[in-house]
Design a protein around this ligand. Sequence first.
Ligand SMILES: [Mn+2]
Length: 316
Amino acid sequence: MLINHQAYTSKAISRFKGRVVHLTHTDLDAVCSDAIMRRKHGEILSIYSSVQDYRVYIDHLAASRGRSLELYLSDLGGHPSAVDALTKLSSKGWHVEWRDHHVWDEQTLGRAKQVVDYLRVDPQFCACEIVYQDMLPNDPVARELAAVGRDRDFWINRDPRSEMLSTVVHDNVWRQRVAMDLSQGIFSDRDIEREYERQTKKKNNVIERAIQRSRTIDHTAVTVSNHYASDVAASLRRKYDSTIEIVLHTNGVFSIRSTGPISNRVAELFGGGGHPHAAGGNLHFSIADRILFRLCSLRLKKVQKLIRTASAYEGS
Ligand SMILES: [Mn+2]
């Protein structure tokens, strides 16, 4: 069973007959982690979430009546509020394990250690590598899944399968389908290839529009796009030879990429976090901000503040 939306969580939990719930991110690293968990545990309940608001799902789990299950988190960085939610879940008898590779602040790391049954945060690997090492170290398919996940997550891009799969899992429905396929060692088939072609066309249009809307301030390139943030950022860097790229969503969530190790530090100042070279945060747009953003987009005050902050870090 797989779910993508908060509204379905309670219903899905009450129907779920298995034992393991997997709460993870939405990208290929998360999907590879999910596939390895499926190989290990069979039928699991997978919840795909943005890295910003996954806490809501933990609240839903804690509020659900019935059995205490096992929750495995992966590819989601530590947030103080998520640790609070996990404290409640643990007290209800849930077993909780957390595997991640984002940069955590020491305080959250210390608190999480006391709350969960197992915690491993290791930025030198991607999440699916950690899941593979911990859960199925002798399984050749799990090893291959971990390698494909790493190829994309660390932006190595040597294995063409990682480009194809990471594009296809951008779609909610296909993400679930690919997780199932990967768990059975199927890395590609005609349907996946066809979907890749369809989404590549869409992706190229999205990138083209994002480039048209882009601006540079100093060495920071900024644009607006609700999809394919990593690909959009990479295209901005190619075009401008920039050192920082910011991709804003129309709802105020943003992705940041940087040649220097500053992305997570900038993102942390805006309620987010992530990796030294790739991170995300949220400008928390009010309704008024959203309307203004539609009119003046990059000139919005909150956006200007983000750009100035990022540029200042770059110079530091
Ligand atoms: Mn990851």
